[in-house]
Ligand binder design. Structure first.
Ligand code: GCO
Ligand code: MG
Length: 402
């Protein structure tokens, strides 16, 4: 079963997506998401200029061998661009293999470990009462887990607010938006937000919060401690994780569960966090962590240390990635939760898919392969538009993590 054709489809049905399509000599095809928010064309070039010419004529059944060839064979390892390109090839090959065997992908990954996949959506507000209303709206839609972000009084453009109620789009066209940040104001505000939410909704709904790498370890420790009475499902990315040992300090001070890893690309980015059990959830996902093959290895290491998965699933992860993540989520034993932000109706039309939301959970469906397709004619009507993620500055102008 040789790979006969390969193409990269870049489209922008509401936001940019990069999709790889591999076609075999038997006429089967598979899809892989290669979208890297704000840096989309770098991955398209990596695939077009360097990877795809070497794939034509290769055996589409050799998924692990192809992964190793693209990873080790390039000599230059890791990094988001490389790993998104490898992920796209890997995902497309799994799609092809499952289609060739007429089974939904999760059957090849060990079969279903659960009936469906618990998901969380994002509620956000310009003020506390707005956030309360947004959470109520999500609960009314059937969600059982909700991430809550709220504008911090006195700071313009706080992360996590705006961009639509059911999808979240931080990237902007033409130039990066600039946000302003104060950790002092934020640390004072967030416990008040969650106190109000628990007062309104009681102990049942799972509440999550994303810090987006904005605190120092000791500040993160303080936040985790001050949120303990409101028992969050998780506190996400409390501090940057380039130095994994930084999380030891946070752990010494708080029992609030921690989730990390949406920007990780390989198992090497998180092995210490997992081995020392410095986090409770690992957020690496298919497109940014080398595909299904590599994510399974991360999940296996996490399982050894009782860390559960919580894959990234913001709107910039395409329906192809969402479908792949759902097959993975359904199959791994140590699944925790899946982030699920919806796509625009144009995106849903360009990527018809089988997965469906019901009662706060998703199921990938039982179509052979990933259960997601691309309408190339429609995709061509939505050409690429340059877009940038925001940047963040402190009140005195200093650049800060966004
Ligand atoms: C999340 C993320 C997103 C990212 C975005 C970057 O937890 O969903 O932090 O909001 O910022 O996906 O491309
Ligand atoms: Mg996040």
């Amino acid at each position: 079963m040789k790979i006969a054709d390969a193409k990269v489809i870049v489209c922008s049905p509401g936001r940019n997506f990069v999709t790889l399509k591999l076609v075999t000599e038997d006429g089967l095809y598979g899809l892989g998401d290669a979208t890297l928010n704000g840096r989309e064309l770098a991955v398209a070039s990596y695939l077009n200029d360097h990877v795809l010419p070497t794939l034509i004529g290769a055996d589409a059944r050799r998924i692990e061998d192809t992964w190793q060839l693209l990873y080790q064979g390039a000599y230059w390892r890791r990094g988001p661009v490389t790993m998104a390109a490898i992920a796209a090839v890997d995902t497309a090959l799994w799609d092809i293999k499952a289609k060739s065997l007429h089974v939904p992908l999760y059957q090849l990954l060990g079969g279903a470990s659960r009936e469906h996949v618990l998901v969380y959506g994002h509620a956000s507000g310009d003020g506390i009462e707005d956030a309360v209303k947004a959470v109520a709206d999500y609960l009314a839609l059937g969600y059982r887990a909700i991430r809550v972000q709220c504008a911090v009084p006195g700071l313009p453009g706080t992360y996590g607010v705006g961009g639509g109620k059911l999808f979240y789009e931080p990237a902007a066209r033409h130039a990066p938006p600039v946000n302003i940040w104060s950790s002092e104001r934020y640390l004072e505000f967030v416990p008040r937000l969650f106190a109000r939410l628990r007062q309104e909704f009681g102990p049942d709904p799972h509440l999550l919060h994303d810090v987006h790498h904005r605190l120092t370890p000791i500040e993160a420790a303080r936040l985790g401690k001050s949120l303990e009475p409101y028992h969050l499902f998780w506190l996400e990315d409390p501090t940057p994780a380039e130095v994994q040992a930084r999380f030891r300090l946070i752990r010494q001070h708080t029992t609030t569960p921690l989730a990390v890893g949406e920007v990780f690309n390989t198992i090497y980015d998180c092995h210490q966090l997992l081995e020392e059990r410095l986090v409770d959830y690992i957020r690496a996902t298919v497109v940014h962590a080398g595909g299904i093959s590599h994510l399974r290895k991360i999940a296996a290491l996490a399982e050894l240390h009782q860390v559960r998965t919580g894959c990234h699933g913001a709107t910039d992860l395409s329906p192809v990635c969402m479908a792949a993540a759902l097959h993975f989520d359904l199959s791994v034993h140590n699944f925790g939760i899946q982030e699920y932000m919806r796509h625009s109706s144009d995106t849903d039309r360009v990527f018809p898919h089988q997965y469906r939301f019901e009662a706060g959970a998703l199921h990938p469906g039982n179509a052979p392969g990933l259960g997601v397709d691309i309408d190339e004619t429609l995709a061509a009507q939505f050409p690429y538009q340059r877009a940038y993620l925001p940047v963040n500055r402190l009140q005195d102008g200093t650049v800060h993590s966004w």
